[in-house]
Design a protein around this ligand. Structure first.
Ligand SMILES: Nc1ncnc2c1ncn2[C@@H]1O[C@H](COP(=O)(O)OP(=O)(O)OP(=O)(O)O)[C@@H](O)[C@H]1O
Ligand SMILES: [Mg+2]
Length: 157
């Protein structure tokens, strides 16, 4: 299966926001983005950028949905931001209406979705990692899905 990846390094939270914003501007609704990487690496910071790119007003504070599992932001299309870190069992996904979000017109972004791999549809993976310098992050955008391969190509011509 064809797969494509692009690797970026950011040197500050602001640069990670810019990269997320760039991605957000290419989103139209119906996309599914899986954010991967360890605790505190910058997944939520990246989502802040996606929200900006989707024209969620800057007055809206994007923060981690750790306890509520889901935050919804209204931009040019809805942004559904999940954090499944505290979700205990796969059955709980159904009770928060998971399937409906997947088939809706919004953009779904998920932190800690790899806990429930069988529930994830095909996705654009954004994998963040710590790097040498304290504020450096390695960010890998990767997919083997045609739709996201095309998106990555448009983002990085
Ligand atoms: N280059 C960078 N990109 C993103 N965040 C950075 C960077 N450098 C430092 N940081 C800091 O790293 C932290 C990232 O926190 P964030 O909540 O986004 O992580 P997370 O991956 O969502 O964690 P969790 O798994 O707990 O949800 C912030 O405090 C941010 O200021
Ligand atoms: Mg987070």
């Amino acid at each position: 299966m064809e797969s494509l990846s692009r690797r970026c390094i950011t040197h500050s939270p602001q640069e990670t926001i810019y990269l997320g914003e760039k991605l957000g501007r290419y989103l139209e609704g119906g996309e599914f983005i899986l954010l991967q990487g360890p605790l505190g690496v910058g997944k939520t910071v990246f989502v802040k950028g996606i929200a900006r790119g989707l024209q969620v007003p800057t007055s809206v504070y994007v923060r981690s949905p750790s306890f509520t599992l889901l935050h919804i932001y209204q931009g040019k299309v809805p942004l559904y931001h999940f954090d499944l870190f505290r979700m205990k069992q796969v059955e709980d996904l159904a009770s928060i209406g998971w399937e409906e979000y997947l088939t809706g017109e919004g953009v779904v972004v998920v932190e800690w979705g790899d806990k429930f791999p069988s529930c994830m549809p095909s996705y654009l993976s954004v994998k963040l990692d710590f790097a040498e310098e304290e504020n450096d992050r390695e960010i890998l955008l990767q997919s083997s899905d045609k739709k996201y391969i095309s998106l990555i190509k448009r983002m990085f011509p």
